[in-house]
Design a protein around this ligand. Structure first.
Ligand code: PA5
Length: 472
């Protein structure tokens, strides 16, 4: 880490009883968890070495992949206008969040020259027919490179998009040239995309088998999309490696990921059922979308590790500072004590914008003149945190010295480790998603997919909806 790449800061003062009184967390409460924290740390270390937490290896073991991606990007970027990710959930939210964090806020609207020769980026993470049709109105598919991202290679949403677009491409560019328009990111050995790639000769990047969807942003899933729009992927990995080392410390007071999870764990056990992430930067807006999936899908579980029904979890909520001060903040400061609020702050924004000293005669706006919007957003964030503290609402801040590839890498790794650690504290599996599988299976059954006959029967035999509970 050099002075341009300073570390993230976790400030949890306003979580503590010292500030918010009886509704806050005491030093003794953290101390009383010391043994649990020690055991959870040991489990984390075991999982780190035995292949059960492979996302932790990503920052350290991908130098070959980085070279391969860079070479590929340089070879194709001049020939394409847009790089289009077809993926959903863990295969989409990371690429969106990283691109929004690190590129120009209106990246796609810049000329290619202003994008330094890199293509526009689209991520189609839904199957809404209006969205895909609308997308087809604004691009020329011949000039698009479609990146089909699916670890399983069977997700209906992604596969349906692929099937639609591949057919269109075949008709437009022909089967021999289509290989220039399609690239896969998938498992090394398993799944339909592996077979299709072999059959049709599509280029493929590999998602390591031990890395699950929502923990995969720093694998080929996120690195290819990031490099394709000019983001420094080595710096992303360096930031993640730096944070990983910091978060390998057993001492919770020296480990921001462990402290983040421990405070959430205590808060959750005291009825704080929600975790609101509120970045004070448009660049970080989609980081809270990414966090929402990570936190929700990882810790929202029916069973604990012993198979006991626990229905555990904490609902993540996305908010944006300052925008949502004028929408959700009233509830946060005066409503129920059921949430932890995490603000994300930025010390140095990429730009500075001066507010001119005009309207001196109108005192209730002239006070703004001569200041910058940077000061305004900083002060509004500090004021919100203060106001929440005054109303005894738990809040903590994560401060980015700057938003750059290094600090974004740090943030991703910190949140992923915090999520894994939260799973340990809660004694649940933070790496599976049986609830998502259940809905995928119901979709397959309704489409008569072979192998899902008994699910279909179960659905047909289930109590059907009644007219008396519907208002028309
Ligand atoms: O985190 C997860 O595992 C999920 O959100 C998956 O990423 C999502 O369901 C897409 O799965 P796949 O990559 O297999 O298409």
């Amino acid at each position: 880490m050099n002075e341009n790449n300073l570390g993230l800061i976790l400030d949890y003062n306003y979580m503590m009883a010292d500030y918010i009184g009886g509704k806050g967390i005491t030093a003794q409460e953290i101390e009383s968890l010391k043994e649990k924290i020690r055991l959870s740390h040991n489990n984390m270390m075991i999982k780190k070495t035995n292949g059960m937490m492979d996302f932790r290896r990503l920052p350290f073991e991908q130098m070959d992949l980085v070279s391969e991606i860079k070479e590929y990007v340089n070879a194709v970027k001049n020939d394409i206008e847009a790089f289009v990710v077809l993926g959903i959930g863990g295969s989409a939210l990371g690429p969106i969040a990283v691109q929004q964090a690190l590129n120009h806020p209106y990246y796609n609207e810049l000329t290619k020259e202003k994008r330094n020769g890199y293509p526009r980026l689209y991520v189609l993470d839904n199957v809404d027919p209006e969205r895909i049709s609308g997308f087809l109105d604004v691009v020329d598919i011949e000039k698009c490179l479609f990146n089909v991202v699916s670890k399983s290679g069977s997700t209906s949403e992604t596969m349906s998009q692929f099937m639609i677009l591949e057919k269109m491409l075949e008709e437009k560019v022909g089967s021999d040239k289509i290989r220039g328009n399609i690239v896969f990111t998938t498992d090394r050995e398993k799944g339909n995309l592996v077979e299709i790639a072999k059959k049709k000769g599509y280029r493929s990047f590999v998602i390591p088998s031990g890395v699950g969807g929502r923990y995969s942003e720093l694998s080929s899933v996120g690195l290819l999309a990031a490099a394709m729009c000019g983001i420094d992927i080595e710096e992303l990995l360096k930031g993640a490696a730096y944070m990983d080392e910091l978060c390998s410390r057993e001492d919770v007071y020296q480990n921001p990921a462990y402290m983040f999870a421990t405070l959430h764990f205590i808060a959750m056990n005291q009825g704080r059922n929600m975790s609101v992430m509120m970045p004070y930067a448009d660049s970080l807006k989609y980081m809270s979308d990414w966090y929402a999936q990570l936190w929700a899908e990882s810790i929202g579980k029916k069973y604990d590790l012993e198979g006991k029904v626990v229905h555990a979890g904490q609902t993540p909520v996305k908010a944006l500072g300052v925008t949502d001060q004028h929408s959700q903040l009233q509830l946060y400061s005066e409503g129920p004590d059921d949430k932890v609020i995490i603000t994300l702050g930025v010390k140095e924004y990429k730009k500075e914008l001066m507010i001119p000293a005009v309207y001196e005669e109108i005192k209730n706006i002239s006070f703004l003149g001569g200041h910058t919007q940077n000061e305004l957003i900083h002060i509004e964030q500090a004021s919100t945190e203060y106001a929440l503290m005054r109303s005894s609402k738990m809040n903590m801040a994560i401060l980015f010295p700057r938003v750059n590839a290094f600090t974004i890498g740090e943030f991703i790794q910190m949140m992923e480790i915090a999520t894994g650690f939260m799973g340990e504290l809660m004694n649940i599996n933070a790496f599976d998603q049986p609830g998502v599988e259940e809905s995928k299976n119901a979709t397959y059954a309704m489409f008569n997919k072979p192998g899902y006959e008994s699910k279909r029967r179960e659905m047909e035999e289930a109590k059907q909806k009644e007219e008396r509970f519907i208002i028309r």
